[in-house]
Design a protein around this ligand. Structure first.
Ligand code: 5RP
Length: 236
């Protein structure tokens, strides 16, 4: 994130433009899932600045703290039940709209909140576009019970290396990063990872869950429609 008083880099500026563009998709009265990270940060700030009358569900403590500091109302997922839209960032976006997420260690909560929404909108700068998922590493959240066993099973699925991250998730679980390098079939790997006992969730988000990706780059902001919804408001 940009330090106060320093000029924004082109990437920081693109993150701001993508985040702010997505804020325009939110209308008063909506129930909104709020993602985690430096891009969706700008969405949340834009919503706070305009005094949006929304009910938000946060994907992390830091997002909840930011939203609350801006006067946005935050409730738990169970209190909201269902969301109109969730807006979140991503670490990688492939040409089909599959994502790697979890660079901030929040992917398990982010997946819950994305799934609760009619529309899952992803905000990125164009440096996140990749020909194939994998180079970023695949974030994993695992139980603090048998992390080495889970890591060994992940290596059995083709990971060259599995690293342990120093921090824990907001749920107190261990965070790993699996180095697959290239993931030719994200749906297949997502299914195999999801089937591993002890693995709480992985950071592969599949294209059918993504409505659109808002991408900001040097040429402006564009939208990649991934899995358009049949219903939606004026911005659908
Ligand atoms: C956090 C995430 C973020 O959405 C992802 O890491 C992108 O972050 P940023 O917008 O800061 O690049 O998945 O767990």
């Amino acid at each position: 994130m940009q330090e106060p008083g320093t000029p924004a880099t082109p990437i920081e500026d693109a993150k701001r433009r993508a985040g702010e563009a997505a804020a325009d998709m939110v209308e008063d009265g909506m129930r909104v899932g709020l993602g985690t990270g430096s891009t969706v940060h700008h969405t949340i700030v834009a919503l706070g600045r305009r005094g949006a009358d929304i009910v938000g569900v946060a994907t992390s403590h830091r997002t909840a703290d930011l939203a609350a500091s801006l006067g946005l109302r935050i409730v738990t997922p169970d209190e909201a039940g269902h969301l109109d839209i969730t807006i979140d960032g991503a670490d990688e976006v492939d040409p089909a709209g599959n994502l790697t997420k979890g660079g901030g260690g929040a992917h398990t909560r982010e997946k819950v909140v994305a799934e609760m929404a009619d529309r899952f909108v992803v905000v990125v700068d164009e440096s996140k576009l990749v020909p194939q998922l994998g180079p970023f590493g695949t974030p994993l959240e695992v139980l603090d019970f048998a992390p080495a066993v889970v890591a060994e099973r992940v290596r059995g699925l083709g990971a060259r290396q599995v690293d342990v991250r120093p921090e824990r998730s907001d749920s107190g679980n261990i965070l790993l990063v699996a180095r697959f390098d290239a993931i030719p079939d994200p749906a297949d790997l997502a299914g195999r990872l999801a089937a591993l006992p002890g693995l709480v969730d992985h950071g592969i988000f599949l294209a059918p869950t993504v409505e659109r990706v808002v991408i900001a780059g040097v040429d402006g902001v564009r939208t990649m429609l991934v899995t358009p919804r049949t219903t939606g408001g004026p911005n659908a």
